[in-house]
Design a protein around this ligand. Structure first.
Ligand SMILES: Nc1ncnc2c1ncn2[C@@H]1O[C@H](COP(=O)(O)OP(=O)(O)OP(=O)(O)O)[C@@H](O)[C@H]1O
Ligand SMILES: [Mg+2]
Length: 239
């Protein structure tokens, strides 16, 4: 006789399955003055654990909107997102915040560093609410060394190059050891060489540490065989 699995068993099964992120019929609208902007118009998507996915498409097509929703930084107008079998879109704001902080690392085009904190302080930022200690400090230093900034630990952002600032931002995104790493145009403000270095680090995090990587970019030269490329146009996936 068939029997229904309890929801918790289903969630556990999905937590171990290949699907990391599942998106169904995701919509997001913004009210802009008198106009209703439909930034996402029904997106369905599955992203595999440990994979590398690029989101491409013209300006205004909805790439950042999708990435922010995947990262639980914003709420959709309708539709569902589940990550590791947990329905993020059904969580309370507190649970969602907690989930995001523990499972997701974010890297932005503008680095978003705090000007009056040095590199170590910026990496430790996610821990300030819960308190710092020597173990965490050592971890921050280790991560900065991993991204090639062992000689810039006490530098504030204004004394770092763009590429170095973005490496601090990546170290900060990694400090909680996230399963998912999301990046919105991470090399948009960098020169060729700086961009290459950033992608090398992001790739290493995917390959060596098995993180699920999702990157919004205009720059297709970083796409490699085996990567998934999702093209968005006018709020819909077209390829
Ligand atoms: N907070 C907001 N308020 C109003 N409209 C918004 C808001 N955020 C995004 N939009 C609109 O939603 C649409 C999609 O924006 P989004 O930022 O996702 O595009 P994008 O593909 O990331 O573009 P770009 O390549 O320029 O970064 C655009 O028309 C944009 O103007
Ligand atoms: Mg964008």
């Amino acid at each position: 006789m068939a029997h229904l699995e309890p929801a918790s068993t289903a969630a556990t099964a999905e937590a171990q399955s290949a699907v990391m992120i599942r998106v169904s019929n995701l919509k997001k609208s913004f009210q802009s003055g008198d106009e209703l902007v439909e930034a996402l118009r029904g997106v369905d998507l599955e992203i595999e654990r440990g994979s590398c996915t690029f989101i491409v498409g013209p300006s205004g097509s909805g790439k950042s909107t999708l990435l922010y929703l995947l990262g639980a930084l914003d709420e959709p107008s309708s539709g569902e997102i589940s990550i590791e079998g947990q329905t993020v879109t059904a969580m309370s704001e507190t649970d969602r915040d907690h989930f995001r902080r523990s499972r997701i690392g974010f890297v932005f085009q503008q680095f978003n560093l705090i000007p009056n904190l040095d590199a170590v302080g910026n990496v430790l930022l996610p821990f300030i609410p819960t308190g710092l200690n020597r173990t965490l400090r050592n971890k921050a230093v280790g991560l900065l060394e991993d991204v090639g900034l062992g000689h810039r630990l006490r530098h504030r952002p204004s004394r770092l190059s763009g590429g170095q600032q973005q490496r601090v931002a990546i170290a900060r995104a990694l400090v909680k050891d996230p399963a998912i790493l999301l990046a919105d145009e991470p090399t948009g403000n960098l020169d060729h060489k700086g961009a290459d270095e950033i992608f090398e680090i992001l790739r290493r995090e995917q390959r060596v540490h098995g993180r699920t990587l999702v990157v919004v970019t205009h720059d297709r030269r970083f796409i490699r065989e085996g990567d998934r490329v999702i093209e968005i146009l006018d709020g819909k996936i077209v390829a």
